[in-house]
Design a protein around this ligand. Structure first.
Ligand code: NDP
Length: 276
């Protein structure tokens, strides 16, 4: 049997780095620390090497299709598949940012929703039976969906929603933000929150698809890591990166045959209703 392999996106620092650290300690296989900036990625690998851990490195920019395709081809050739995928890479504008809201929406959605989706499109076909996928979302997806109108909430909650439908909804939000009427169209006034609504809703659709997939026992879940001391939070979060990595690691390492959580939003290792 081929060696098992795990990939964590955006793992040169922050929560992703701690997820790689945890996988190196607990996952029986090769663990790939990936970063859009090769130098930062290699430095991060070195720093884990100094703790006696041996992650491998591959470049990955989740907004660059050629970069995603290179990783996919490498995994296919080297391992013939993939066993753990943690979609951790993400961005957030600072609260004090003066960038126009429409720009914040376009850039944030490009990475957090479209980047995550592009990685999934390329790598989910490689997943082997018993693979685990973790999409790192946020509790702010829950606050954002609750601020949407009843009509918009119902569209996201439609149990028959497809990925194409979801992408259409997300694009409608981006267009409305550009026209300055996203709130009157029923969307929340949060670029980051709506990008994570996309990630949380995407997970539910992927769960439905993977449940009907002939490959057995593949689980996809989404989670909030909590409020973590990273660059993203300007180090205001109260959790350490290892504490933030706890729930993503728990989901990435769910044992074979696990029935639940499956397709859920998880926080502090507990299933939460993010959209209710
Ligand atoms: P950081 O800003 O510390 O790290 C984000 C990571 O994502 C960095 O490695 C960054 O790379 C990478 N990244 C950004 N854009 C891309 C891209 N296009 N391609 C590849 N990698 C990219 O953030 P956190 O560790 O705090 O956040 C990790 C995840 O957790 C995110 O999805 C975030 O939304 C989520 N989250 C975080 C919370 C918190 O309290 N910190 C709370 C809730 C959710 P680079 O160094 O090159 O910028």
């Amino acid at each position: 049997m081929s060696k098992k392999v795990a990939v964590v996106t955006g793992s040169n620092k922050g929560i992703g780095y701690a997820i790689v650290r945890g996988l190196c300690k607990q996952f029986d296989g090769d663990v790939y620390l990936t970063a859009r900036n090769e130098e930062l990625g290699k430095q991060a690998v070195k720093s884990l090497n100094s703790e006696g851990l041996s992650p491998k490195f591959h470049q990955l920019d989740i907004t660059d299709q050629a970069s995603i395709d290179r990783l996919r081809d490498f995994l296919k050739t080297t391992y013939g598949g993939l066993d753990v995928l943690v979609n951790n890479a993400g961005i957030a504008y600072k609260q004090e940012s003066t960038a126009p809201f429409s720009e914040q929406v376009e850039v944030t959605i490009k990475t957090n929703y479209f980047g995550t989706l592009a990685v999934c499109d390329a790598l989910i076909p490689l997943l082997r039976p018993q693979a685990r996928v973790v999409n790192v979302s946020s509790m702010l997806s829950s606050s954002a969906i609750k601020k949407c109108s009843k009509e918009v909430r119902a569209k996201f909650a439609n149990p028959k929603l497809t990925i194409d439908d979801l992408t259409k909804l997300i694009n409608e939000f981006v267009q409305a933000a550009k026209s300055g009427n996203h709130e009157s169209k029923g969307y929340a006034n949060s670029a980051y929150g709506m990008s994570k609504v996309g990630v949380s809703a995407l997970t539910e659709i992927q769960h439905r698809q993977l449940s009907a997939d002939p490959r057995e026992d593949i689980l996809v879940n989404t989670c909030c890591p909590g409020y973590v001391d990273t660059d993203m939070t300007s180090h205001k979060g109260h959790k350490t990166i290892d504490q933030g990595a706890d729930t993503p690691l728990y989901l990435a390492l769910l044992p074979p045959g696990t029935k639940s959580p499956a397709g859920n939003f998880v926080s502090e290792r507990e299933i939460k209703n993010w959209s209710g």
